[in-house]
Design a protein around this ligand. Structure first.
Ligand code: GLU
Length: 492
């Protein structure tokens, strides 16, 4: 059997969305499963909408997801160039061939004329399609149009009878009626650029793509593409159209549903492994029970037979949960690596982290690991470990620090911390227990005010861990500062 060759062919007109990322992933998994080749091709023929910046965003997003391509931008390969904008000569060459063999023709109809005829078709209850008017122009008619200054498009002469069968690896056999479902579509626009349906065939054929795996929204383009393959004598690849992704309200997933671009997910702090695991389950599954798949396991188990025909529903909560699972599985060093850029960006850590500061950070992260759902959460959860100017949650302050005895309790803890030989549970707990008797309170009544004073809020790792990490100097200063703040605001 020949080597499997698949491709991901994004149009760089915006961010890489969940749907595109899932298409890239399925192609990548399929290639890796079969020991094949994963090609990345940038479909940038729409000059008005394609930007280099968007191409870079897509490349970065694929890199973040670790979906490494074997051929394409930055990688080279035997079938380049891998930007459609650099392949215009090839498209021209094959369009000329179609013209020569009588399977394409110049069409001079103007957009206004086409629109008018479309309106008439609608009025007559007919399907809207090109009516073939320029199929059989005489030389005189053609010259007259040229003399008027009309610039033609090139249309493909589609089959006038029969049907085109798509043998889809996901959808099964899908039959299209050539007369009503495939018209003489444009393959070259009047601006000299090829259309998607044409360029994609030339590229997939010349790049020797064996399997075209892409979104369901392209199924209706497939009969057109098959007719071009056949007209040019190219081998037709196998097709697999993967189901659409819907939002929780069952409409197509879009920005309305919140974050949908891979960049946003990266910025919100999703781990690549969690994203990949979650995306794999959008339309694919191994069995009903397994949800967590490592990447090697996905590669081993992935097959198109297990891709569903039905749309998949994007469930952000599940993704968030999965991210937490992967965060908890990280080693401390691994957690540090993913948290570092977020902490640096927020100014909690400098560009150059000293060994001591890294050590301290590893201890902080050890305390926070079980609490993180998103890597980005580390910034808020860790802020008071790095900054003395953390903010007080005033609601919590009102609730906890305005109770009677607050000043005495905090004063007592201040003294205990000052005198303790070491700030750990062993040395502090007995002191705190003494305090409970003295004030006639429970442990929580002592710990909560201390926690709020030290962190500004009422949720944090265990109090002894916080005390130990912050160290004597900062603990004393924070208690003093909190008491001043309470007095200033006349809360005590
Ligand atoms: N550039 C097309 C898109 O982004 C590629 C479709 C295909 O895979 O054929 O939708």
């Amino acid at each position: 059997m020949s080597t499997v060759r698949v491709r991901f062919a994004p149009s760089p007109t915006g961010d890489l969305h969940v749907g595109g990322a899932r298409t890239a992933l399925f192609n990548w998994l399929f290639a890796r499963h079969h020991g094949g080749v994963f090609v990345l091709r940038i479909e940038d023929t729409d000059a008005a909408r394609s930007t280099e910046a968007a191409t870079q965003v897509i490349l970065d997003a694929l890199e973040y997801l670790k979906l490494e391509w074997d051929e394409g931008p930055g990688k080279g390969g035997d079938f380049g160039p891998y930007y459609q904008s650099q392949r215009l000569d090839l498209y021209k060459q094959y369009a000329d061939r179609l013209l020569e063999i009588g399977r394409a023709y110049h069409c001079y109809c103007t957009p206004e004329e086409l629109d008018q005829r479309r309106q008439e078709q609608i009025k007559a209850g007919q399907s809207t399609r090109y009516d073939g008017r320029c199929r059989h122009l005489t030389d005189e008619e053609r010259q007259a149009f040229e003399a008027e200054g009309r610039v033609p498009v090139i249309r493909f002469k589609s089959l006038e009878e029969g049907e085109t069968k798509v043998e889809d690896l996901v959808r099964g056999t899908v039959i299209f009626d050539n007369v009503t479902q495939v018209d003489d579509f444009v393959i070259f626009k009047s601006d000299g650029m090829p259309t998607y349906n044409f360029a994609v065939v030339v590229d997939d054929a010349l790049m020797k793509i064996t399997h075209v795996i892409r979104g369901d929204d392209h199924l209706s383009n497939t009969p057109k593409q098959i007719q071009i393959y056949e007209a040019l004598g190219f081998a037709v690849p196998k097709f697999a159209h993967i189901p659409m992704i819907l939002g929780p309200d069952k409409s197509l997933l879009s920005k309305r549903h919140g974050a949908t671009s891979v960049t946003q997910f990266y910025e919100e702090g999703y781990l690549a492994e969690a994203m990949v695991n979650y995306l794999a389950l959008l339309g694919w599954g191994y069995d009903d029970s397994q949800t967590i798949f490592s990447i090697p396991e996905l590669i081993e188990k992935f097959s198109l037979e297990r891709v569903s025909k039905n749309p998949a529903v994007f469930d952000k909560q599940k993704l968030e949960w999965m991210n937490g699972v992967y965060i908890r599985e990280l080693t401390l060093e691994g957690l540090y690596e993913v948290c570092l850029p977020f902490c640096q960006k927020a100014g909690l850590l400098p560009e150059e982290v000293s060994p001591e500061l890294k050590d301290y950070t590893l201890r902080v992260l050890e305390q926070l690991q079980s609490r993180l759902k998103l890597v980005a959460d580390v910034v808020d959860l860790a802020r008071y470990f790095y900054r003395d100017d953390y903010e007080y949650n005033m609601e919590v302050v009102q609730k906890i620090l305005t109770k009677p005895q607050t000043e005495e309790i905090l004063g007592y803890v201040h003294a205990a911390v000052k005198d303790a030989p070491k700030l750990d549970e062993e040395h502090l707990k007995p002191q705190f227990q003494e305090g409970l008797k003295k004030f006639g309170i429970k442990m929580g009544d002592l710990i909560q005010p201390v926690r709020v004073a030290l962190t500004g809020t009422n949720v944090s790792p265990g109090i002894y861990d916080v005390l130990e990490l912050l160290g004597r100097e900062r603990v004393l200063a924070r208690i003093e500062h909190t008491l001043e703040m309470l007095k200033e605001k006349e809360l005590i």
